[in-house]
Write a protein that binds this ligand. Structure first.
Ligand code: GLU
Length: 509
């Protein structure tokens, strides 16, 4: 049990589509919070206006909605610590930067971009840090009077953290255990920018504190920023309230060679975004291209969450399929792996197939209907539609597969694989089908078993094995050698259509 109510946050910057890794971060936050009956907060970290991308924030909301990971507090849902968008909290941060200045943990830096550029040219691998601080224009190198004068003249400045030059910064990560950094390895990060906006480093610490965040899950790429954040927690006097950190392992390329990037999807032919994403940033038609997402490619949210959960976590058993409720129940941070997890698209599809089979078709019927409509097939008979989906679902890996697997239930096949019937065709078989049509026309009941029994009786009368006749019948009804049970098909498409399709093929033979 936890001594205080668990509060976690997902804190994305709206700079683009949500990558697999981002959704997994949401999921682990969510699972952890819900496991302990806590709250999941969505905070938009949009203080870097230069990286702002139109539509990215809505996209994040939409993704979470599709996944069913509803925040307890967010810019959309509101909450006791609103606003949840950092650009709307601008006024809050300055006082903390000033407190740090006053306590000597931060300083004003007046260097112009040109001055900094000159330094970068002069010093290889230049960093604004304890080593070079005194040779730059800031309130550490200048006298108090000089600084006061610059401030009075409204010379633009940023506020930087004064990283200690020789200190061990340690913390316990819930996944990695003890982590240490040497303070000299990190530069004096900007905390407050010239336009008065905080940087991510200041805002994330202030907001995690004010929003009473107890545990912070984020990607491993944020690990190098951790010492800055930890020192800020300490300098602001909040160290006892600091959230417990969990830096999640990377999701790796299928061959295990490095982090799975947004570009890998295109290169390797699988999605890396949760939903379709079009980057509106540039007018360049190439970057404007829509990048396919898991949703549109026909994944179910249940499968998407399941495959993400097991990328880096398992419950210690052989079990692979978990519903969200089961994941919440079984999730434990101790079972999150330290090492990166390789993404395997074939396995991802396997999860989807399993979920398509498991879920009642009514839960995804509307999405499949839409896919059919996009292909020009409008479904009007819902009862038949559900029956058909139920019959073919075991054959579908993606929701988009339903079309090909079941279109013949709604429209007669446009081509018939006649070459697969011809070689073994003979007069006797022809007679059989003629008689079958007659018998079917007389049937009072149009049910699977009646259809099958009639078929078998006539086959026996013609001294034919029903096995030899099934394939031709299938091809007549479906167009090829696929599909569910042939009498199931006939019973769903109905008497007229069955007879019509048999007659049509007989005319080709
Ligand atoms: N705003 C950061 C991002 O874009 C959040 C990192 C964190 O969770 O501290 O991912």
């Amino acid at each position: 049990m936890m001594d205080k109510k668990v509060r976690v946050r997902f804190a994305p910057s709206p700079t683009g589509g949500l990558h697999l890794g981002g959704v997994r971060t949401v999921l682990f936050n969510y699972l952890f919070a819900k496991h302990f009956g806590g709250d999941f907060i969505l905070r938009i970290e949009d203080t870097d206006q230069t990286r702002f991308v139109e539509g990215a924030e809505d996209y994040i909301f939409e993704c979470l909605k599709w996944c069913g990971l509803t925040p307890d507090e967010s810019p959309l849902h509101g909450g006791p610590y609103a606003p949840y968008r950092q650009s709307e909290r601008k006024e809050i941060y300055r006082q903390y930067a000033e407190q740090l200045l006053k306590d000597g943990h931060a300083y004003y830096a007046f260097d112009t971009p040109e001055e900094l550029d000159a330094k970068r040219k002069e010093i290889p691998n230049f960093q604004y840090n304890h080593q070079h601080r005194l040779a730059l224009r800031n309130s550490v190198s200048l006298t108090e009077t000089e600084t006061a004068k610059l401030l009075e003249k409204n010379v633009p400045y940023v506020i930087r953290i004064k990283m200690p030059d020789n200190e061990e910064v340690r913390f316990t990560d819930m996944i990695r255990g003890e982590v240490n950094f040497h303070s000299s390895q990190t530069d004096d990060k900007v905390l407050l920018k010239a336009d008065g906006m905080p940087t991510y480093h200041l805002a994330v610490v202030v907001d995690d504190y004010l929003m009473k965040i107890t545990h912070a899950f984020r990607g491993e790429e944020w690990l190098p920023s951790a010492p800055v954040h930890i020192l800020l927690w300490k300098y602001l006097g909040w160290i006892n309230d600091m959230p417990k950190w969990a830096h999640l392992p990377l999701i790796l390329k299928p061959d295990g060679n490095g982090k799975l990037s947004k570009r890998d999807g295109d290169r390797l032919g699988f999605p890396v975004f949760a939903m379709n994403w079009t980057d509106p940033k540039t007018g360049d038609p190439d970057s404007h291209r829509e990048i396919k997402g898991f949703k549109e490619l026909g994944f179910l949210p249940e499968a998407f969450l399941n495959l993400l959960a097991v990328l880096g976590w398992n419950d210690g058993t052989e079990q692979e399929i978990y519903s969200l409720d089961e994941m919440i129940e079984k999730f434990s941070i101790e079972r999150v792996h330290h090492a990166g997890a390789k993404f395997d698209y074939e396995k991802a599809k396997w999860f989807n197939h399993e979920w398509i089979k498991r879920l009642p078709v009514t839960s995804y019927q509307l999405r499949v209907k839409k896919i059919f409509e996009e292909k020009g097939l409008v479904i009007t008979d819902d009862e038949k539609f559900v029956k058909v989906l139920e019959l073919v679902k075991d054959r579908c890996t993606l929701l988009t597969d339903f079309y090909e697997q079941s279109v013949f239930f709604f429209v007669a096949p446009s081509t018939i694989d006649i070459d697969s019937i011809k070689p073994k065709w003979n007069e006797n078989k022809q007679m059989f089908f003629v008689e079958l049509i007659r018998a079917y026309e007389l049937l009072q009941q149009w049910q699977h078993d009646d259809l099958e029994n009639t078929f078998k009786e006539i086959a026996a009368a013609h001294q034919l094995k029903s096995g030899e006749l099934m394939l031709p019948l299938r091809i007549m009804l479906v167009g090829g050698k696929f599909g569910p049970g042939v009498f199931d098909i006939a019973s769903v498409i109905g008497k007229d259509e069955t007879v019509k399709r048999i007659e049509y093929t007989l005319g080709l033979l």
